[in-house]
Design a protein around this ligand. Sequence first.
Ligand SMILES: *Cc1c(COP(=O)(O)O)cnc(C)c1O
Length: 435
Amino acid sequence: MKPNVTNESQTAFSKDGFFNQYGGKYVAEVLRSALDELEQAFNASLTDKEFQQELAVIRRDYIGRETPLLYAPTATKLLGGAQIYIKLEGLANTGAHKINNAIGQCLLAKKMGKTRIIAETGAGQHGVATAAACAKLGLECTVYMGEVDVRRQQPNVAAMELYGAKVQPVTSGSRTLKDAVNEAMRDWAANFTTTHYVLGSALGPAPFPDIVREFQSVIGKEVQEQCSIRGIQIGAMVACVGGGSNSIGFFSPFINQEKPRLIGAEAGGIGPGIGENASRMTGTAARDGILQGYKSRFLLDEDGQALPTRSISAGLDYCGIGPQLAALGKSGRIEFTSITDKEALDAVSFFAKNEGVLFALESAHAGAAAMKIAKEIPSDQAIIINMSGRGDKDVFITSPVFRPQAWTDFLSAELERLSEHKDIHDAKSMQGGRK
Ligand SMILES: *Cc1c(COP(=O)(O)O)cnc(C)c1O
């Protein structure tokens, strides 16, 4: 069912959940009821003035929108071609674009009368955004996270717990993101009368790809307005593509135009071999498939099983891509390119040193792609890079690369300090016990 709204991205909506050959809802019967109820509530929210007003206020005061569009003069000069602009989505509260979707879906869930939120998370970024949104809106929150990821991503686990969420480790399968999604789906099917499942990217069964794109389309709509006010002529827009939420939101107002060029940067990891990257559109192991409730492009083996992926950026290493992006890649409207770990790290340094902007490793894939094509665009036109997140969160990954010895020394000193603290703490609690 297509919502009856006068919204410029309306034409980007799916047709009955499909974007050409991709999309759909390949789920068990129980989940269909949950998805149907969600679709109705979402469609109603598009024309619900009270809902849109409440969302606008939260976006302004809590998320901190609109986010700035920054001109990057040194990068422009050094790259020698297009004017370089950076959409600073990393200045959104919680440090990345994911909060746009988390807040939107949580507000929708509240309107639907749900009291409990569940979410999946891989690296923990979506978990953090959802936990924050639940704290803001007074909702109970459980985040499913593979046991392996819980161990690797302690800073995000700590943040989720501070926001009051329960982090539920998942011990099935490979104990990573894919398994966390399965567990969240299972919970939702059993509890959807009270519970909403906040899916974290523009994928999964319909209507999630439409919902996530709409909540993220605020990025692209702001860019459109900022460029129009400032007379910026856009030659190309570049975004990184994990599941596809920041890219599809950023691109959405421009999809049905012939211009500008829209470029998606995938994780090229350490090379083109199987298991070495997460290149679902440009990679050798990319195939059409149906996984986790939707049809799209996936990295699959001959038996249709998900292949392992690799990327230095934890947010880009999922084996699938959102169905709308897959369709737009097939039709040629979006160009895809693959950026290696090394190119992404170089882009982090380049924008930090020359513009004073620290990109998240994911977003640095977009930065690197822009660096590659800057000369192809004339100097009276702009390349807009979506900096989906800021890089503070990556210090545990970038420091061992950029300054290995200093980082090793720091961590050993921290461990020592911690064990001293522990001695003091133990002694204190023993004293307490004697009283
Ligand atoms: C999660 C994440 C991504 C990738 O997810 P998309 O759904 O493709 O946007 C990109 N950048 C940052 C900063 C992220 O946290």
